[in-house]
Design a protein around this ligand. Structure first.
Ligand code: CP3
Length: 401
């Protein structure tokens, strides 16, 4: 695999985010304290988000660079989290290549039909995934605008976890030597296929699970296609300025380990191949140049049985949902793997002493891993009081030191 070096302006190459708490943790290093961000930190829990979204449909908001950028920045400003997560959705690349999809409030992605058989898959895969690159202008622009803002805002107020003097900076200017990293993301092929086969959200993803056995040829064509599409979506975000990439296989927990390994993991690996070649260079004090890969995280819900396999597709960090304690997860993936997670989101609505004890428990168990990025075990519930999230960030920074 030949390496592609990110441009000198990229926050990783420019020395702005490579030594942030987040990126260091994804490399397996601990910093002054434990980094924290929340899945779905942008969104309905924030009144400023609800105000901005009035009258704009979800996917239109994702494709408006000014709006997507502003929504990404809202939780960073408010909570002082250690990362922004790009405001978009796993179905955005499908929309961009012309698949008829919308996001219904309270429900999720809904397609004009299901793609559950060979004919449906043939129709879908007749679209060339490479078309995404020409259609990705709004994504590139939104990421660029977001990263520019993160660069400007970081030194004045946002803690980015530098413990030592600037290292590895090839072009970091005096005005802006640290920045909050932006995480790019994409849906894993299975999770996208779960929506596509069904034509919308479902509890058990039966249509996808049937197709993978009933017509393995059609299934693998569908997985190849989604891998190609979603991998390109991820690559676009990293090239535009994201400092890490997270693959969401939210619904992989519906699968047996055998089905995951045979029918799903190879496609997820193919999706990640679209970012695995992306690297940046850092110079140490002696002037020796080291090339580092862009860190990659892999997360799913209810994937306790799959954690080892999910690490095995070639990721740096494994995201763990709330069902498996982090010390148990560390045992399953190996003691050298950084972990991300895993406060039960339900506890955000519990009395503070209960929540505080749970946060401290997650931090204590996270010590079983070489490094830990604090997060929830799944997304922020829309009804969450945002002041509670801010308080959790403060507690993690104080107790996680
Ligand atoms: O802050 C962030 O985490 C970044 C934004 C983000 C969104 N979707 C915005 C969004 C991310 C990372 C996603 C990924 C996503 N989308 C996943 C994987 C992560 C996970 O939660 O498991 C999945 C499965 C989807 C599909 C999807 N899109 C669902 C299930 C929903 C929720 C439907 C609802 O209304 O409850 C969406 C819509 C969506 N995506 C919203 C947001 C903020 C809510 C839309 C709104 O605010 O109107």
């Amino acid at each position: 695999m030949s390496r592609v070096i990110l441009s000198p302006q990229h926050p990783l190459s420019a020395g702005l985010t490579g030594d942030s708490r987040l990126v260091r943790a994804y490399r397996g290093e601990r910093s002054d304290t434990t980094p924290v961000w929340f899945m779905r930190q942008a969104g309905r829990s924030l009144p400023e988000y609800r105000d901005l979204r009035v009258g704009t449909r979800m996917l239109d908001a994702c494709l408006d660079p000014g709006m997507a950028s502003e929504i990404t920045l809202q939780p960073v400003r408010r909570h002082k989290v250690d990362a922004g997560i790009f405001f978009s959705d796993i179905v955005v690349p499908l929309k961009l290549v012309g698949v008829d999809v919308e996001i219904q409030p309270g429900r999720g992605p809904v397609f004009s039909k299901g793609y559950a058989d060979a004919a449906g898959v043939a129709e879908l895969t007749s679209i060339d995934p490479a078309r995404l690159d020409a259609a990705s202008g709004p994504i590139t622009e939104a990421v660029q605008r977001t990263v520019a803002e993160l660069n400007v805002t970081a030194p004045s107020g946002i803690s980015t976890g530098s413990t030592s003097s600037a290292t590895g900076s090839t072009s970091g200017s005096a005005a802006s030597t640290r920045s909050t990293p932006l995480i790019g993301f994409a849906g894993a092929p299975f999770t996208l296929a779960a929506y596509l086969a069904e034509g919308g959200p479902s509890k058990d993803h039966l249509a996808a699970r049937t197709l993978m056995h009933a017509d393995p040829g059609a299934w693998s064509a569908l997985m190849e296609w989604t891998a190609e599409l979603t991998g390109r979506f991820l690559r676009t975000q990293v090239l535009a300025g994201a400092s890490a990439a997270q693959l969401f296989d939210s619904w992989a927990g519906a699968l047996s380990l055998a089905d995951y390994e045979t029918h799903v993991a190879p496609a997820s690996a193919k999706a990640l191949a679209h970012v695995h070649d992306l690297s940046y260079e850092v110079a140490d004090a002696s002037g020796t140049t080291e090339t580092r890969p862009v860190p990659v995280v892999h997360f799913g819900v209810g994937t306790g049985e799959l954690l080892g396999a999910m690490h095995g597709i070639g990721v740096d960090t494994v995201g763990v949902d709330y069902r498996v304690p982090l010390d148990v997860a560390a045992h399953r993936v190996g003691a050298d793997v950084p972990l991300q997670g895993n406060l039960d989101p339900a506890l955000l609505a519990a009395p503070w002493p209960v929540l505080e004890a749970a946060v401290r428990d997650v931090l204590a168990r996270g010590k079983a891993a070489p490094a830990h990025v604090f997060n929830l075990g799944h997304g922020v519930p829309p009804e969450t009081d945002p002041t509670v999230l801010t308080r959790v960030v403060e507690l993690v920074h104080e107790a996680g030191a």
